[in-house]
Design a binder for this molecule. Sequence first.
Ligand code: PRT
Ligand code: MG
Length: 212
Amino acid sequence: MLTLALSKGRIFEETQPLLEAAGVHCAEKPESSRKLILPTSDPNLRLLIVRASDVPTYVQYGAADFGIAGKDVLLEHGGEGLYQPIDLQIAKCRMSVATAKDFDYANAVKQGARLRVATKYVKTAREHFAAKGVHVDIIKLYGSMELAPLVGLADVIVDLVSTGGTLRANNLVEVEEIMTISSRLVVNQAALKMKHTALQPLLAAFEQASQK
Ligand code: PRT
Ligand code: MG
């Protein structure tokens, strides 16, 4: 039996075509079924529906043999115990710095100002500003980062941007792109050895489908 951990929402939706390409069909949708373990048309493959940020943990400890998680999530987790063979090229976006429209980010950086940064991505944000030589106080939030600059909680946010619609709706502007983000397949290192024969065809099909 193989267990694949993934989150509902965009990652589940964008994984469907990859599973179909591997000849696997999943009849139940996590949004409607409420089940956390979903069977598939392959009696040897089941799906675990977990929070996006919990995927690396389930795979690291072997509760799932493999999983699908964003690069944003994997960088925060650190990737310990995980083998990352394939960039699936799904759930694409970018991680960026954004500020209120009237905040002069370039000037603040030039002046060597100490910046208050609100983000869910503490590790990535810290590394980004350290590499630029910018001093920061990081304020950890769990969601709705866009609010922080509007109410004076932070000068800047580090968040994911895809269409830019959320920033625009909140009068924020993207001032710096940190990196592009996509979702990766991660495999438990022990499972990769012990279940190699069962995993191999799925990994190959995912790899081929994601390159189209
Ligand atoms: O929602 P929940 O708190 O359960 O967890 P999550 O937000 O981590 O999960 P989910 O399903 O929303 O995101 C899963 C993965 O999708 C992330 O880890 C990213 O790798 C990837 N992804 C791709 C995105 C986006 N695009 C994205 N646009 N994740 C989040 N967003 C959010 C962003 O944070 C911002 O609030 O969408 C908003 C911006 O979108 P635009 O289109 O308005 O720019
Ligand atoms: Mg979300």
